[in-house]
Design a protein around this ligand. Structure first.
Ligand code: THU
Length: 142
């Protein structure tokens, strides 16, 4: 494992400072750690048309894939909270859509990344396959 839990969570925390979340005031940061040591981050981006909101993990996946990051995804860190209280509550776990988005990157590199979800009292350590069992991925279209 190339990535350290605390370092990747710190990257997610830093990314959350870029959140555009004027409607929910809930800021989220995500960091994707690849096997070569690279880290791609994202923050949530809301919209006046609320339903168009992009989650932090989805933004990170979009950045990674559009920067031609198809390498081995080893680890994901997520942290969130009300503005000024990032990580102060329960751990934020990726929403359903984000699990599917993360699965695409993981499938390209054939990995099952660890997902660290940071909260005030604990860091949940999960596997993407636990969050999204029997996932639909690129192989289904072969
Ligand atoms: N959000 C994320 O960015 N990631 C998640 O996994 C859960 C929710 C964002 C979307 C919205 O901007 C805010 O958190 C409140 O739902």
């Amino acid at each position: 494992m190339t990535h350290d839990k605390h370092t990747l969570i710190a990257a997610a925390r830093e990314a959350a400072s870029g959140a555009y979340a004027p409607y929910s005031n809930f800021h989220v940061g995500a960091a994707l750690g690849f096997a070569d040591g690279s880290v791609i981050t994202g923050a949530n981006v809301e919209n006046a048309s609320y339903g168009l909101t992009l989650c932090a993990e989805t933004v990170a996946v979009g950045k990674a894939l559009s920067e031609v990051w198809r390498g081995n995804l080893e680890a994901v860190a997520v942290i969130g909270g009300k503005a000024g209280a990032l990580g102060a509550g329960a751990p934020v776990t990726p929403c359903g859509r984000c699990r599917q988005m993360l699965n695409e990157v993981a499938a390209l590199g054939g990995t099952d990344p660890v997902v660290w979800c940071a909260g005030a009292d604990e860091v949940l350590e999960l596997r993407l396959s636990d969050l999204l069992p029997r996932a639909f991925g690129p192989d289904a279209l072969e």
